[in-house]
Design a protein around this ligand. Structure first.
Ligand code: NAP
Length: 302
């Protein structure tokens, strides 16, 4: 297929590379042009604007930071929404708010432009290695047509429902589950360390119990205090927890743990951790247990 891809950040670069590797023809756009260079060498066409990346494609992905970035790329100057007929399917993979996902569906609908979502679970390494878990949603025939693209970027794909925002609900609630895991690791590690015990050994026990790669990977990152370079920036993690709380409010489904994690992420931001991995929220728990950052780093490297 002819594919457009907009947004070559930590996640988008790997996803685009795998689409290219699966034999699709790719046109890419990124606000910071240097990030297109590697893919250009591998055979992608580099476009000067979002609409140019989408022109002539059957489907165009967006994989961008947040609502604001997607809004600029879709509705801004030479944006995706300005494409003449026939418009490609816009596949939105960014983790955006429910309200904005609905707005995208409405605006594309008004213009007769097909629109679905394909949110992804997995870190940049998973994006690079075709190991993402894809959660799609939207008009079933359009989702079916795009299925080969999900196979090209991930190891499994699921359909959340017939409206594009349905996938965003799964994605935000899924990220809430991961954020809760970061919080409990922070608390458990702080307590085991205050007891004078080896938190790496505690992690071995937990891995035996939980048997999950998500648990294993985040557990190791936190135990080793390897928060840079970030796989998922804390600032973006806070965006997701805020968005899940907006959803909780709309649905009348309280999420008290999400409120707690949000406050701990805010505290982490105040300590200058916005560009670190979001698992560094665990430092907030270490600090409140009287374990300062220096002691935390020493224990981790011991
Ligand atoms: P990232 O590395 O920070 O990349 C963000 C991308 O958005 C870059 O291409 C950036 O362009 C672009 N962008 C930001 N603001 C823009 C604007 N105003 N106009 C145009 N482009 C703009 O982020 P990421 O980690 O790849 O995450 C991308 C999305 O995937 C986010 O919604 C995130 O929540 C979600 N996600 C992340 C992970 C993860 O583990 N990292 C996993 C699943 C989902 P520049 O290069 O010019 O800055």
């Amino acid at each position: 297929m002819k594919i457009g891809f907009i947004g070559l950040g930590r996640m988008g670069a790997g996803m685009a590379r795998n689409l290219l590797g699966s034999g699709h023809q790719l046109a890419v756009y990124n606000r910071t042009r240097e990030k297109t260079e590697a893919l250009a060498r591998e055979g992608a066409r580099v476009a000067d604007s979002p609409v140019e990346a989408a022109r002539g494609s059957e489907a165009t992905f967006t994989m961008l930071a947040d609502d604001h970035a997607v809004s600029e790329v879709v509705f801004g100057r030479d944006g995706l929404a300005s494409i003449p007929d026939p418009a490609p399917v816009h596949i939105s993979s960014s983790t955006i708010s429910i309200a904005f996902a609905r707005r995208l569906a409405e605006e594309h609908g008004r213009r007769g432009q097909p629109f679905i979502t394909a949110c992804v679970f997995g870190r940049p390494e998973a994006a690079e290695n075709k190991k993402l878990v894809v959660v799609a949603a939207g008009e079933p025939e359009t989702v079916d047509r795009c299925y080969p693209l999900f196979d090209a970027i991930g190891r499994a794909a699921f359909v959340a429902g017939p409206a594009p925002w349905h996938a965003n609900v799964f994605k935000l609630c899924g990220n809430f589950m991961i954020a809760s895991l970061l919080e409990t690791f922070g608390e458990g590690f702080a307590a085991t360390r205050k007891a004078g015990l080896d938190h790496h050994r505690f992690l071995d026990v937990m891995n035996e119990l939980f048997q999950s790669p998500v648990y294993r990977n985040y557990g190791a990152t936190i135990a080793d205090q390897k928060f840079e370079p970030a796989g998922f920036a804390l600032k973006l993690g806070l965006k997701d927890v805020r968005q899940v709380l907006e959803l909780a409010l709309e649905l009348g489904a309280p999420m008290p743990i999400a409120s707690l994690v949000r406050d701990h992420l805010v505290s982490a931001m105040s300590h200058g951790q916005e560009a670190q991995d979001w698992s560094s929220v665990s430092k907030v728990l270490a600090r409140s247990a009287g374990l300062d950052d220096e002691a935390t780093a020493k224990t981790a490297s011991a």
